[in-house]
Design a protein around this ligand. Structure first.
Ligand SMILES: Cc1cc2nc3c(=O)[nH]c(=O)nc-3n(C[C@H](O)[C@H](O)[C@H](O)COP(=O)(O)O)c2cc1C
Length: 337
């Protein structure tokens, strides 16, 4: 006996809900082949960053400037581009190579935060063969004068402009730090997001006491972090007519089952793949099958959303009541009065 694991995400029929989210593995051809062989249903490529595009354009400007100011006779006179990072053309080449290497859907990823010319790369990614696009808006407002409306309008404008440029499905990956997640989620959907990826992990820098410098420090996710997408997908599922993907802290098959029950259409994984390797997908899928058989589900579609807010026996546990209950029911083996 086997359970039908297929799911609909962004209008695409995926053979199961496990998607490899953007990360180092999805940018490596051997790893993506191995992910496909192990059963992953789709991959999200690492992001092409606004900064990479802007950087390339400033280099091109420098080249033209140099040409105008000199007796340029051949390309060899052009100033060498520095080694900041891969350029957008290499990204497009990598996307084409990935599409040739595997047959599951390949979702390209654009990552930025300002409204500008870089967003035209959305259509180039579509032309290079992307099956869908994930737009990761990673914005850290730092000025007291910028209010919540300005911040959210920036997201809305960005999503609308990217959506206008493409005909493939668009998912938007956002962080969890909004005054009203349901409201921004709804607004993004109404301007064209066919899916939301919840959530982006904002990475906090560390203060290095030796150098007194703020340094980037990527800490991989903990399992408990999946409670954040778990709660919000449960709350959003019945209110939004778009795909929802859970991202952050999904490490076990039981975590995949949990996010599906609250209404996720896909469960995205990066940390667990980095820790255990691409072949671990096969183990996760076997465990998911076994869990669903044990709980007598026939298909993923059947169980999806059966524990969303509207179907939850005690909705207060997803709302404010959860806080009071958690505080008053606390007990511990540690020191406790
Ligand atoms: C090393 C590394 C690189 C990542 N690169 C990207 C990226 O390019 N674009 C993006 O949207 N997310 C990126 N992410 C975030 C992941 O896609 C994912 O959302 C996050 O790690 C949470 O999922 P997890 O708990 O399964 O790791 C990266 C994560 C890691 C650990």
């Amino acid at each position: 006996m086997s359970v039908d694991l297929s799911t609909n995400y962004l209008g695409m029929r995926l053979k199961n809900p496990l998607v490899a989210s953007a990360g180092p593995l999805t940018g490596n051809l051997d790893a993506v082949r191995s992910l496909e062989e192990s059963g992953i249903s789709a991959i999200v490529m690492p992001s092409l960053f606004e900064e990479q595009i802007e950087h390339e354009e400033s280099q091109i400007q420098r080249i033209y400037q140099y040409q105008a100011d000199s007796y340029a006779e051949s390309l060899s006179y052009f100033p060498a581009t520095d080694n900041y990072s891969k350029g957008p053309q290499e990204y497009l080449d990598a996307l084409e190579a990935t599409k040739r290497a595997i047959s599951i859907p390949v979702i390209a990823s654009l990552n930025g935060h300002t409204f500008g010319g870089w967003t035209r790369y959305a259509s180039m990614l579509e032309n290079a063969g992307a099956d869908a696009l994930e737009l990761n808006v990673y914005f850290v407002p730092t000025e007291c004068g910028m209010d919540a409306f300005d911040v959210e309008q920036r997201y809305v404008d960005l999503v609308a402009s990217v959506k206008q440029a493409i005909s493939i499905p668009l998912a938007v990956k956002i962080g969890s730090q909004f005054s009203s997640i349901p409201n921004i989620a709804y607004r993004l959907m109404t301007v064209g997001a066919e899916g939301l990826v919840l959530f982006n992990r904002f990475l906090e820098p560390e203060l290095d006491l030796q150098t007194l410098a703020m340094v980037p420090d990527l800490v991989l996710s903990q399992r408990t972090e999946m409670r954040l997408p778990l709660r919000w997908i449960a709350i959003l599922r019945d209110q939004l007519q778009c795909s929802l993907a859970a991202s952050s802290g999904i490490h076990h098959a039981t975590d995949v089952l949990r996010v599906l029950l609250v209404g996720a259409d896909a469960a995205m994984i990066t940390t667990v793949l980095l820790k255990k390797g691409p072949r671990y997908v096969a183990t996760l899928l076997e465990e998911l099958q076994a869990l669903l058989i044990e709980k007598e589900y026939q298909s993923v579609e059947q169980l999806k959303g059966s524990m969303s807010l509207a179907n939850c026996p005690d909705p207060s546990t997803l709302e404010r009541g959860n806080y009071m209950k958690a505080l008053t029911s606390y007990s511990s083996d540690y020191w406790f009065p």
